[in-house]
Every structure is written in C-alpha cells, then in structure tokens.
Design a binder for this molecule. Structure first.
Ligand code: TYM
Length: 357
C-alpha cells in the first residue's frame, strides 16, 4: 500500500500563456464545445464556431462534441451517436483542421465524467440554482421529465474546461454565466486544495455574440425554437435560407432612418444588421448606412449569409459520405485529448489527497 503524506506540497497547475511573460510564450490553450442536440445553426456559427476556426492556428485548440451533456435531454435510443457524428462532420466542414485542432467526442474521454463529479462537489446548490439556462430550459420542459443532470450540467461544463488547462473559451453570450461559475469553482478548488486549475476566460465575438430568432427577435436563435422559420441551419439549402430571411420579423417603421441599429427599440432590424455585419466583417452601423428598405436589407443579408454557408454545406455532404474516416478522426482527437485530461485528473486527485490506486 502506498503511504499518503498529507503534507506533500500540491502539484501545481501548469504555467500557461496568460501567466508567462516571455517572447517565446506558448500558444494559449483554447477549448470550447458544442452539444449534439440538433442541427447546428447560424447562432452557433457566428457566436462561437467561426472563432474556433479563426483561432486554431494561433492557439492550442481543443473542441469537444459534448454528447454527455446531450444526455440531460435524451430519452430516445440511437439518436445521440448519430448526432455526434453529424456535429463532428460539421466542425470539420466549417474549417477545423484535424491536423491542427483536437476535435473529440466527450464520451470518448472518460476524464470528463471523473472531473465532472469533483466539480459537482465544488459548486454549490445555490450557484447552480441561479443559472438562467437551467431556469429557461426547465421552464420549457414543464410537462416533461427534468433530469438532475440538467441542474448539475454547469459542473460538467466546468470540468470540460478545467481539464484542458484552458486560457480562452470562445463562446456566444449565452454561455457567459457558465464560464463565470467555472472560474468561481476553479478559484475555490485552488484555494481549498492548492494551485491545480488554470483560470479560464470567456471570449465572445464583436458581432454575432447573440444571434436572435428571425421570427421572435426577443429570443436567441436556438435549436429548440418553436418554429424552424426563425432558425437558419447550416445545412439549410439556398431556398430555405432566403425564405427565412425574406420572412424575418422587423417592425412597422417607415422613413429614411427606419433601417438603424437599435437593439432595444428595433430588435428585428438590429438582428439582421448584426448578422449582416458579422458575415461581412463590418459594424452593424456601417451596414445600416447602406439600406433604406427592409426588403432590400433582408435579401442582401440572406445573400451575404449564403456566401458563407454554400461552401460549408457542400463540404459537409462530402464528409458525411465517409463515416469511417470521421470515426477515425474522432479517435485520434480523443487520444490527444486524453493525454492532457488524464494529467489534470491525476493532479486534482493528488492535490485533494485521494488514496492512490
Ligand atoms: P450549445 O451547444 O448550445 O452552443 C454551442 C455554441 O454556440 C453558441 N450559441 C450562440 N451564439 C450566438 N447566438 C446564438 N443564438 C447562439 N446559440 C448558441 C453558444 O454560446 C456556444 O458557444 N453548454 C454549452 C456546451 C458546452 C461548452 C462546454 C461550451 C459544454 N461544455 C465547455 C464551452 C466550453 C452549450 O450548450 O452550447
């Protein structure tokens, strides 16, 4: 039996880019994940995925398809695995390079479950109760089964992030609260058990951090939208995309300054301006200056979005033809992910002072 010496100094968190001042500083570690709970949409792309692709060369990037998270709302056999493969194919289709970024399925890396439990024991019931996503999602599932996992979900998300000594987490605005609870949990753990985790930071894009539904611009664009008309999926064909933009809800203002960026008073128009700005790399105000009519703005926004989505859709169809290759890429990703994740679990267990196996 191995002796445990409680006085042993804790194994410290690795020095990371954010704490190292040197000209040869390592690349920052980036991690972000997506749930395989439906087809990916424009909100996912503009809020998060696009940043993943743009950042893959300047960072050490890890991206997970978080199938364990999807279990919080899964009750039909056979769906999660298929959705995980489709989501992974889409991540490669948008431009994540498997040679550069580590792309993996969460359930292939069992360390997520291991650290997930540690994090459940590090966040408080009160903190979890304040999560607006839990409140929203459980309210929407009113008549349905609400799993305990839906409540403890942010603890697993904290584990996802902390496992990889993550510096930056590129996400949409809706995930900020989950990153905050992750930071709080990491600080608490480090305080209790010694320096173990790197404290991560959320990174959100200037335009597109919160893409709203085209039919209900007061709610975010979401896979769980009541109507498909408000949600532009990355796999939608050109006709569907144009139809959704042409039918986008705006307002009844007329006149020369009807097209202006004003999120509060003109949510529908502002959402179109922000989407347009995000796909053409401009500001919403600059886009507004070019249009006087809602009709023209809707068509131009649809076309600008299609210029981005058309090649993605083609590449996605090609990738889905070779599922064996997709599975292989995910195995390679899981292998790389486990190397980092296993070291973190080991460090966390050692610092807590768990009995070595
Ligand atoms: P998920 O799967 O709902 O969404 C994936 C990413 O898309 C962003 N997003 C949006 N951005 C702008 N406008 C929208 N309408 C919009 N809808 C979605 C999300 O902010 C997210 O970045 N809990 C997470 C998944 C997760 C995760 C993690 C993320 C699990 N572990 C660790 C980061 C790090 C979620 O449900 O995202």
């Amino acid at each position: 039996m191995t002796d445990i010496d409680p006085t042993t100094a804790p194994t410290t968190a690795p020095t990371t880019a954010s704490t190292t001042a040197s000209t040869t500083a390592p690349k920052p570690r980036v991690l972000s994940c997506i749930q395989p709970t439906g087809d990916l949409h424009l909100g996912n792309y503009l809020g998060a995925l696009r940043n993943w692709v743009n950042g893959q060369h300047s960072s050490d990037a890890f991206h997970g398809v978080v199938d364990l998270h999807a279990l919080t709302v899964t009750d039909t056999p056979g769906q999660v695995g298929a959705a995980t493969l489709r989501t992974a194919a889409m991540l490669f289709a948008i431009g994540l390079d498997p040679e550069v970024a580590t792309v993996f399925a969460q359930s292939h890396v069992p360390e997520h479950n291991q650290l997930g439990w540690v994090m459940e024991c590090t966040v408080s019931y009160g903190e979890l109760s304040r999560m607006t996503q839990f409140k929203d999602k459980s309210a929407r599932r009113e008549q349905d089964f609400i799993s305990g996992g839906l409540f403890t979900y942010p603890a697993l998300q904290a584990a996802d992030i902390l496992l990889y000594d993550t510096n930056h987490v590129p996400v949409g605005e809706d995930q900020r609260q989950h990153i905050e609870i992750t930071r709080d949990a990491a600080v608490r753990f480090n305080h209790r058990f010694g320096d173990t985790f790197v404290i991560p930071e959320a990174v959100t894009p200037k335009a597109g951090a919160r893409v709203m539904s085209l039919q209900d611009p007061g709610s975010k664009m979401s896979k769980s939208d009541d109507s498909d008309a408000g949600c532009v999926y990355l796999v939608d064909d050109a006709n569907a995309v144009m139809k959704k933009f042409k039918r986008a809800v705006t307002d009844s203002d007329t006149g020369a300054d009807a097209v202006r960026f004003d999120r509060e008073n003109k949510p529908g128009v502002s959402n179109l301006l922000e989407i347009h700005a995000a796909v053409t790399d401009r500001t919403p105000e600059a886009v507004a200056d070019e249009y006087e009519q809602y009709g023209a703005l809707k068509v131009a926004t649809g076309e600008a979005v299609l210029a981005v989505l058309d090649p993605i859709r083609v590449r996605y169809a090609e990738l889905m033809e070779d599922r064996g290759e997709l599975a292989r890429l995910l195995r390679v990703g899981a292998g790389r992910a486990r190397e980092v994740a296993a070291a973190t679990v080991e460090r966390a267990y050692a610092n807590i002072g768990m009995l070595p196996a």
